[in-house]
Design a protein around this ligand. Sequence first.
Ligand code: SDX
Length: 355
Amino acid sequence: MDSGLEDIVAAETVLSDVDGQNGRLIIRGWPVEMLAASMAFEDVAHLLWQGFFDDLPDVAELGARIGAAREEVFDLVADLPAGLDGVSYLRAGWALLPDDESIETAIRLAAAGPVLTAAAVRRRRGEGAIAPDRGLSQSTDFLRMLTGNQAGQAEARALDAYLVTVCDHGLNASTFAARVVASTRAGLVSAAVAGISALKGPLHGGAPGPVLDMIDAIGSPANAERWIEGALNRGDRLMGFGHRVYRVRDPRADALKAAVARLPGTTGRLEFAEHIEQAILGRLAAKYPKRRLETNVEFYTALLLEALGLPREAFTAVFACGRVLGWTAHAREQIGEGRLVRPRSVYRGPVPAAA
Ligand code: SDX
């Protein structure tokens, strides 16, 4: 039976460490909570890309180049059909970019995330895409391209906290996919397209939208226990819970919960979500006493992105707007290894009859 490579070490990295036993995530030596509380998207792009591009500019210049690239890639939108979701826009739009291993390509991939995601959301609603403004930060411009209004500081800070929190997470499925593709020297665009294709799956990055579906389906605190029982009896996976590595609470859950709490008007929704979370944790502990199934990053991601006004079909695309920094950094790290990723398999099929 395929182990899913559980506990198999497939690479060494200087980028991040996921301590599943103690519930700690370190990114370039920083606890994720500190990054989420203090850094903007541009800061953590610089932090992750350090040492992987000879011509990496300083943070201020990098921010300016990302802003200019947002305006440059806006032309991609016209080539895409209206009505597709954010992941489809990212996968198709990124694929139109020149594919190489340069810092310019990494910058374009990072810049195109919000441009394509915001355009997908608006065009799906029958509204026109809004052109980027290079003079704004990535998160501020992302929210402006979504709503047409200047985002408040609290909202931009909350989006930064989210993008930073999810920027890198060891050798998760999408990052591993990106590294495999990068190891063939296919280029950073190909690596990012592989990453987002893996991230799309509900077992990986496709969970936050279904978390909101679950919260809405439960509807009221009184209905929580019954709904959860029914879902587990159907053999459903409760989205936002469990993790391949964390055997305790995902440290990102509380970082994101704090970001939601800082936004106006979220108190009631948070209290309801906390009630559901406690009911689920109790039920999973009873059903799987030997397997710690704790809250993962997706549960409070759903509440944060909802509070920022994003539609749930765009949640995975927004996840990719942060994780693209990790995919490109890991891709460059893998390229630096100079080794094609090529594991072996054990053949269990039929053998030719003896001659
Ligand atoms: C992310 O790897 C990363 O780092 C990923 C990520 C990142 O930043 O890149 O952290 C982001 O992907 C978070 C996970 C988002 N996905 C979900 O929330 C979907 C729900 N979670 C599960 O599907 C599950 O917990 C996984 C996929 C996340 C982990 O699955 P594993 O490690 O393969 O665990 P398992 O399938 O072996 O589960 C063990 C048991 C099983 O029961 P049995 O089949 O043995 O009877 O626990 C059950 C599972 O059915 N189980 C759950 C459950 N998670 C596991 N049952 C109900 N609800 C759940 N959420």
